[in-house]
Design a protein around this ligand. Structure first.
Ligand code: IPM
Ligand code: MG
Length: 370
């Protein structure tokens, strides 16, 4: 039997309780479908800081690098507001992305039919929505140097971040976006600020060149990122794949997430380049939502984004397409049945707890696999 190694990093807040539901699904799959998942677990974020004074330890970093895939929950919370900048919870997440070279972040925004009324937009604007944001994840202003606060002679300080993109970074993320578009509606919209930023001019040039050279059969549009944000809330269904840089992708994916009804619904995959000899990509899967300290530990969190992230893991790291489809179908059916956590509840419905949502999804899996 094949062994499949998963490294679990639940992190902080609702990361822990939503990961618990994924663990139940993994156990179920191992038992019912002989999937052979082996799991190990580590600490990241505030919980890692409490245990050993840094946002992720070297030994957990090594385990993440060696695993077939990493499942990540969420990090952060007010408890760690005053820890040193280098050890803040988010530093663990950023180190994982950077050291594993997970340059391609896939953030699908799908509006489940049962949730169209939970969106902040009119139902007809979001019904059937299925877009994919491809966010560059290891470059740009997140990692560019210098990145510092310096003292000026006049008693003032200066905060500096640096936006940098090299040709190869834009080429490889554009390639991922075009390849994925071919499996969908064959359309890519590239977003930058070429009207203000040199890195935006280069981004636009390189995406255009990649398109011309290898992907002229895919439709390509360019949009300024601010206009793109506006279009996302005006007419989101015009988009298929959006490719954009690290910071714009961070913002635009939160906007896209909210169109679907709740941040608690959206999964993501962060992928590296295929290994030259094995063809395998390093990969980490995480929900788009954060650690939600306001509801943490109360059994109120929606585990769907975390579970859907595991479905993406099945699809992209293990090519277990049937199993991934099954998990996604189970989620859709549970929503159709009106099972809702508090974040997606409609008037007149009683919200279920995190583990009751897990129960409902497991029951659907059981039925779907029968
Ligand atoms: C995200 C988050 C992170 C980011 C934070 C937690 C560092 O907002 O994954 O979108 O800014 O990338
Ligand atoms: Mg974000």
């Amino acid at each position: 039997m094949t062994t499949r190694n998963l490294f679990l990093l639940p992190g902080d807040g609702i990361g822990v309780e939503t990961m618990a539901e994924v663990k139940r699904i993994i156990a179920w799959m191992n038992e019912k479908l002989s999937t052979g998942f082996e799991t190990d677990e580590g600490l990241v974020g505030g919980s890692a800081y409490d245990a050993h004074g840094e946002a992720i330890s070297d030994s957990d970093m090594e385990k993440a690098m060696a695993a077939d895939a990493v499942l990540f929950g969420a990090v952060g919370g007010p408890k760690w507001d005053d820890v040193p900048y280098e050890a803040r919870p988010e530093a663990g997440l950023l180190r994982l992305r950077k050291d594993m070279q997970l340059f391609a972040n896939l953030r699908p925004a799908i509006c489940y039919p049962a949730l169209a009324s939970a969106s902040s937009l009119k139902q007809e604007l979001v019904e059937g929505l299925d877009i994919l944001i491809v966010r560059e994840l290891t470059g740009g202003v997140y990692f560019g140097e210098p990145k510092e606060i310096i003292d000026l002679d006049n008693g003032q300080q200066r905060g500096i971040d640096t936006q940098i993109y090299d040709t190869y970074e834009i080429e490889r993320i554009a390639g991922v976006a075009f390849d994925l578009a071919k499996t969908r509606d064959n359309k890519v919209t590239s977003m930058e600020k070429r009207n203000v930023m040199k890195s935006g001019v280069l981004w636009n040039n390189v995406v255009t060149a990649v398109h011309k050279k290898d992907y002229s059969d895919v439709e390509l549009d360019h949009m300024l990122a601010d206009a793109g944000g506006m279009q996302l809330v005006r007419a989101p269904k015009q988009f298929d794949v959006i490719v954009t840089d690290n910071l714009f992708g961070d913002m635009l994916s939160d906007v896209a997430a909210m169109l679907t009804g709740s941040l608690g619904m959206l999964p993501s995959a962060s992928l590296g380049a295929p290994d030259a000899s094995t063809g395998k990509r390093k990969a980490m899967y995480e929900p788009v939502h954060g650690s939600a300290p306001d509801i943490a530990g109360q059994g109120k969190a929606n585990p769907i984004a975390m579970i859907a992230s595991f479905a993406m893991c099945l699809r992209y790291s293990f090519e277990m397409i049937a199993e991934a489809d099954m998990v996604e179908k189970a989620i859709a059916e549970v929503l159709n049945d009106g099972v809702r956590t508090g974040d997606i509840v409609d008037a007149g419905m009683t919200p279920v707890s995190t583990s009751q949502m897990g129960d409902a999804i497991l029951a659907k899996l059981e039925a779907l696999s029968a």
